[in-house]
Write a protein that binds this ligand. Sequence first.
Ligand code: XMP
Length: 517
Amino acid sequence: MANQLCIVLDFGGQYNQLIARRVRECGVYCEIKRYDTPIEELRALNPMGIIFTGGPNSVYDMTSPHISAEIFELGVPILGICYGCQLMAYTLGGTVESCEKSEYGKIEVSHSGDSVLFGDVPEKSIVWMSHTDFVSKLPGGFRVTAKSADCPCAAFEDPERKLYAVQFHPEVTHSQYGKEILRSFLMNVCQFSGDWVMDDFIENTVKKLREQIGDKKVILGLSGGVDSSVAAGLLSRAVGKQLTCVFVDQGLMRKDEGDFVEETFTKLFDMNFVRVNCKDKFLTALKGVTDPEQKRKIIGTEFYNVFWDKIREQGTDGFFAQGTIYPDRIESGKGNQAGHGSTAVIKTHHNMVKMPDDIKFAGTIEPLGDLFKDEVRKVGEMLGIPHDLVWRQPFPGPGLGVRIIGEITEEKIKVLQEADAVFRDEIRKSGIEDQLKQFFAVLPDVRTVGVMGDHRTYDHLIAIRAVTTDDFMTADWARIPYDVLARVSNRLCNEVEHVNRVVYDITSKPPGTVEWE
Ligand code: XMP
């Protein structure tokens, strides 16, 4: 049975994925579609609700995304947010003007008390506003349901036609009752039943995978990251030993990580697990190379050479599976702007790399293609994948290769693995792990003079890096308490051989990147 569907129509706003995730959190399946998706296509999808996202433009800007008034005749409830709200008013004959005073940030609004959208929300509450235009005259049939000091139409509606609009952003957490407002639209206006639940997802997906795969074989490239691990878990549940996971260990993972991945998948799941250890091959290829881009290129090329060779060896008469997730597939509605963040581009590079022409599978399977990251994690937990894998922080494809500055040698890998393990252990013990999005050690190509006991030392410097961020496109260095930093520094110099100095990286992104190379 297909799930009931809500469509998030993307007008280029920065929060479009957040809106979709909030909708899913309400137990409603939704998909993001570009604003210029033909009405016929939208109608054929048979949505029970549509949400217009915000966008960076003004409706009077000729190049800004517009929509045909036909959409309002589908009889499907629509909620317009920010730009989407102005567009609804404008398209139906209302007037939009520039604000005398733009509203940005947390703003108090009061609602009229008679809108189903606001349900039990208190009369006055804080919402997140970010706009320089506002709706100054409503189209016929609409009435105002909320206002702020500077915005006379903070929310309006035509309940008869089931058209609703809010100038603020209910999807961001700064809007105190934003979630309730979205939920009210979905449940009380659109009448969704909330049939998007992860238990059902697993059951339905396993069933679909069995039908699709039949008695054929499936091969999946396992990186040890969240997405490929959860894809492996699902496929294993569906077809057991018909699944072969290929895990290429290029020797650049964190301390003991390769063994942990192997142990997890061989013990926990029914599948064929093929581990290819090729550290030496990588070290040989990287010998004497110091340029970051060249290092990345070599690691990437070697990885795929090894991987595709293994795939050829395993045979290609079945299906090829990938851990692609929904955000990797969304086509942005930002017109001709690139529309993808660096993470997406990185994903394209590593997850959706082109298959060599001589390798031909019966088909490709992407069991997580409809899920957001948080949903993938939920599924992972339900499948019994260990917490450390499900909540693993992002780890770059080239692994520690981008954290060892200069030439990569076996000795340096060892020093960095040990240092990184100590740093991670100390962060975990200090109880601040959840506040950090990513933290790791870096081995710059620097030696410094130190003193240990009565001896002069000339040894490695370790840099530690910890960041907080929402999307990795920008990031701030984490304000780790001094006493934690002190313990980390102490342990690194005492416990890790060849380390005699520790520095903390206090660079935000921009101008720095998260990784050093
Ligand atoms: P930067 O260094 O670009 O990193 O600020 C942003 C995020 O992306 C991760 N990263 C990578 N992930 N392959 C990946 O899969 C890569 O080549 C790669 N380089 C950086 C980085 O760890 C951070 O989370």
